[in-house]
Write a protein that binds this ligand. Sequence first.
Ligand code: 5GP
Ligand code: ZN
Length: 112
Amino acid sequence: MGDCIFCKIVNKEINSNIVFEDDEIIAFNDIEPIAPVHVLIIPKKHIDSMNDVDKSDERLFGKIMIVVSNIAKQVGIADEGYRLLTNTGINGCQEVKHIHFHLIGGQRLQKI
Ligand code: 5GP
Ligand code: ZN
């Protein structure tokens, strides 16, 4: 995925502020945060969007949910709460075509 910006972050070709990393997952601060805490959690494996997740990804995505829960505690937003979201496709306003979860918190968010 030669020109994927998040693959470049995975490969350390682009700098990011890393919050968590293991062999399959990396989490880093969003470059344009919309709240005091705005972390992006991604699988290192390139997957375009939610439309491309299949049965073979079951274990990985279960692990991502546990990583999200741990990061929320690590960055101190678990008790007061937060939002986890994934934009998909045109109507979802997905800009970066490498699946990612936005972990947003540190302030009271607008109700959706
Ligand atoms: P999307 O709109 O695709 O759901 O979200 C993409 C997110 O990636 C945006 O919130 C944007 O600020 C963030 N982003 C885009 N390019 C970079 C980058 O080079 N580094 C970091 N850390 N975040 C980025
Ligand atoms: Zn990618």
